[in-house]
Design a protein around this ligand. Sequence first.
Ligand code: GLU
Length: 460
Amino acid sequence: MTIVTRFAPSPTGGLHIGSGRTALFNYLFAKRYNGKFLLRIEDTDQARSKKEFEDIIIESMHWLGLHQDDEIYYQLARAERHKEIAHKLVEIGKAYFCYESQEEIAKLREEAIGKGEHFLFKSPWRDGNKPGPEGVKPVIRIKAPREDQTVLQDLVQGEVVVQNDHLDDMILLRSDGTPTYMLAVVVDDHDMKVTHVIRGDDHLNNTFRQLLIYKAMGWDIPKFAHIPLIHGSDGAKLSKRHGALSVLEYKEMGILPEALNNYLLRLGWSHGNDEIISMEQAIEWFNIENIGRAAAKFDMQKLLNLNAHYIKESSNERLITLIEENVGNIEPKYKERLLKGLDSLKVRAKTLIDLTDTSKFYLTDDIIITSEALNKFDDSKASLLKQIYELLNNIVNWELTNIQVKVNEFLEANSLKMGQFGEVVRIAVTGSTNSPSVFEIITILGKEEALRRIKNLLDK
Ligand code: GLU
């Protein structure tokens, strides 16, 4: 049997990180078993569905490396097929035309609630062959069993039981002939030969209603795995106030896709004590048994730590390409400098934005000196920098260890500390108070440029 999973987003917004994790789990499970990972756009809510959201969702998935197999399925385009199944169910006696108006049902509901009763609509058209009233367009309702119970062996939640008298005769086809979401999902999953439905546990209730359709049609029922939702660090359901919600916002924050994947994977799934898990390894190891049952708590610090790790592991060539996405094309002469300096910069960066910011002094010769740095630069520091200028100007062999030797001699002779040298040179050549070793930086910049920057500051 080929394992087939699917990700079924509604294009009514971007890709939420919780949905990103659902997509990731479906992808990993399919790949682990050499199966297929399908994408279905659930665009039946025509008022809220937008092409731009669909594009964003696909862009986000592909950025994460979650490429779907086969063509993309569109739910709306399959409406005729959904309709056909609704009529088929009527034909085989598992569904019926119901003529009760929405107003009448609302009235009955209110009455029941008034009496403190649980309301379950019982249609007068369910059993008899009563002809419908003239001119009224019926809906098609499923004939839900009234006795017994429905048991779901969920791969994450375990056994979940619902009493059948809690399941109503839900609508499959509206009076305007459009299929309901409940019907569409089941028909699509069946036609797409989906073997495992992995989705958020907010869909658990829907599953019981969807099972009615599988059973009525006599179709094979896929396995279900309802995964806990992601919560914020305070335990409440993840929302805007906890921070960024969409996958692309994380991209814009300078998170690498492999860091987000690794983070989302570990959020609610474990493999011993492993924290750093590559995509290849995840495909090898992923299983449903190790998905936790408790809601996962989002922890930005952990994500940043993973991101720092993956930035450190990235090749300098790749990082330059990513920095260029932020600042535009980098001229060859600056690129060459950056390439030499990146090893020291990338070990300090938590995000690509950090990395871009801290790389800036290699990317231009017109550095901007931060006000924080300028405030630290008083007269006594200026006179020290003047001396350093003379010292550096006299160095002929502009090579790292030689510069170090000459600077050390100077510091010793003047009873100065390395920190004093570093501070003023750093302000002059990087414009900030925080950077990798200034020896490395002035070596990479070259004598002429390093001295020019020092002079610039002295002239201020
Ligand atoms: N379209 C549904 C959603 O975005 C998913 C339905 C499903 O996975 O079955 O929540």
